[in-house]
Design a protein around this ligand. Sequence first.
Ligand code: SF4
Length: 656
Amino acid sequence: GLDRVLRPGRIGRLVLPHRIVMGAMHLGWDHRDDGGRALAAFYLARVRGGAGLMVTGGAAVNPAGADVPSCGVLDDTAFRARLRRVAGEVGAAGGLLALQLFHAGRYAQPTPGGPHPVAPSAVPSPISRCTPDALPADAVTRIVEDFARGAAHARDLGFSAVEIMGSEGYLIDQFLSPLTNRRDDEWGGDPQRRMRFGTAVVAAVRAAVGPDFPVVMRMTGDDLLPGGTDPDTVTAYARALAAAGADALNVGVGWHESPVPTVQALVPPGHWVPVAAAVKAAVGPLPVLASNRINRLAQAEAVLAGTPLDLVSMARPFLADPALVERSRHGRPVNVCVACNQACIDRSLVGAAVSCMVNPLVGREADPATPAGPAPHVDPAVRAGSTPVDGPRTVAVVGAGPAGLRAAHDLALAGHRVTVYEADGEPGGQFRLAYRVPGKADYAETIRFLTAELTRLGAQLHTGRRITDADEDLLRRHDGVIVATGVLPRRIDLPGDGLPHVRDYGSAFADDALGQRVVVIGGGGIAVDLAHLASQRPDRQVTVLLRGERLGPRMGRSTRWAVLAELRRRGVQVVPGVRDLRVDPDAVRLVDGTGAVRSVPADTVVVAAGQLPADALVRTVRRAGVWHRVVGGARDTGGLDAVRAFAEGHDAALAF
Ligand code: SF4
């Protein structure tokens, strides 16, 4: 059950309908010149899906506080006008929205013509790759006032609460930590003085909004930095924030520069709950929120049952499924966030508009009929000779991987009669390879969600049914065909590749019969996944051979370093710059990047050297003369990732 999660909660005078809070996310469209239409539609979709209190993405309290150009600044009257509309529409719909007050400090990216980043001390930032200016004492006081003014704006604009962004290594954290605060004045020098900026901000915000307006403080429970803030200081700080007037503490974990993964898929769900629980133990009755790597309501229920924590903050799960709470309440399948970070965090790090891999509608709530794909979503050659038809329509979707399932789901949702044909015995396509990779088990949930929705919407799914040339007549009986037949492993010419211990990556993912010594040939994301999977057995030696210099060059910025660190920890050997490969019965011989001839012992050799479109059906469909779209890997494998596959499936459904 979800008894605890669905029980009303409270922050100060604010009564919450349940115990889930939607955490702040930089969406990357604060600056959109649309009067706030897109932002309002984003939050309204979540209100309709049962969200209780939601926190906006960070709004900078002054221009130097913005981390990227797409971050809204509260001094900007046009931004405030957009926020007024957002707060008004959310309030009118019965939603609760807190404005997050934000200052990036040294994490701000310097922009031409913009203010130079500022911080307590001139300590270089690996995130923004700059050295900030150290703030003079009077400028520190002015920033405290900026937070207070921002809070007053929030109240006047119609928000239900404010959250002060004091975690993740932004300015307030930079004052707290001895690593970034090297001052010796009233704002630094010992823990007491380093805490002063955060508590001064809370007190000033409290004074600005009065005693009744809810103030949430987001703080770091553990910065995961060697030499960072120690646990005793965190405890004392939490108490000081409460005394300064915070109504609740929302506990984050890690800074953006911490060498420990916090929100990546390989972090087990619920891993950071003890950090928030320690803060709760320090502050007694004050409400405390847990956050980071909790992606289902059932997990939130377990947190509330197993600890004295009061509330659970979930952010990305509300991108993946705006109706997360309503669906969970009624026991319906949820589109689970798989923690890939590909369309959300990786984009927000560079200030780009955020979306979601498993939910391409994110960012287009105001205009759901506009295509999602950043890539060209319709191949003109395919469009030729194809004419959409009007009226009630039947559609065949060939292939039940990400692109096909998304297309089928959206077509069925639009009321079309959909039949999906999948050659394999199970739906999932390339996602099925991912299920077994550590941290990617939730990819199965995406497929489960889409297939459950297809059933609910009355679509037919035929597995084990390969559509071939012989099915031209069958295809012709449909008003439209979506070709989503996916990819084939690319073969490379390799002396010895006919030997029995050489496998393609598809079959290597599928069974456990890999030998003791595994060599993976390839340098992309699939090679990384395979190495990760194979290295789960501690007695196995795994070596990755790549032609290029960088393993996983297209992996997302927030994920790549964490996964590569995990491979290193598991003893996976990576040999870059290889050439002249030859497979022998017991080893792979090669010349490595230094020009040395090497022999790597191998019982199993797996080739993961890219993919080719599995597009044999396109000719048949063309011949049938039926309206069609080719999507995902079947259309093009260049730059293919699951974000593009889902978006193309979605766009094909829109185009029908
Ligand atoms: Fe979750 Fe990936 Fe969607 Fe981000 S893009 S919300 S991590 S599923």
